[in-house]
Write a protein that binds this ligand. Sequence first.
Ligand code: MN
Length: 254
Amino acid sequence: MPDLGQLEEDIVTANRILADHNVVDSFGHVAVRHPDNPARFLMSRARAPACIELDDIMEFTLDGKVVGREPGKPYSERFIHGAIFEARPEILAVVHNHSPNVVPFSVVKTQCFCAIMHMAAPIGRDVPNWDIRDKFGDATNLLVTNMDMARDLAKSLGSRTVALMRGHGCVVVGRSLREVVFTSIYTEINAQMLGKALALGEVTYLSDGEIAANTKGRAGFTLERGWENWCRSVGRPYHPRAMDTGPGFSRTDN
Ligand code: MN
């Protein structure tokens, strides 16, 4: 686990990378669990991801209360992150976005949003589509603005990597900031490709075995390769991390 200072630099970088890939626009956010206190998380103040600076980062309890300095208004949907960190101890980073090619799949409930391309394998074959209306009625603005809503969303996500949010966007989770950025980018790319494939004909989705094999191989070396390239694209410094972490490294490299 990186130290706090390095992690805060990485939060800025993650926001810039996600904005550069149109996974987030002026809206959407990324949170990381506090490296020294699993009951806290770190996230920017409410600001467009491409504009975020180090001084914008704030600390929160898992139920979304601000701890310490408050450089500005917090994101109204910060509860999403807290509820997922609360439900999933192994998860260290969460992205919420309005990924433009993903949203159409959230409003066509008969169409599965499943992985069709190997880089997007961690999405899996069983992506839930959470509908805020089911429990909270038709008078919400679709935003997740309290813990009750956020815990309901986290319950729908269950043990999975991605959950769609009907008419809104999605959440993506990871065991590191690099992993959640990687999966978020390839979730948007998978949605672009799946939309095109569906227009062409019958789609072959990745099988459970293919998903398992690819997900196992999604380790240090692969994540670093993406992160280094994306740091360069957004003009942020690249600080290498362990390349040999994860069970799939030697398997995929041989
Ligand atoms: Mn949102």
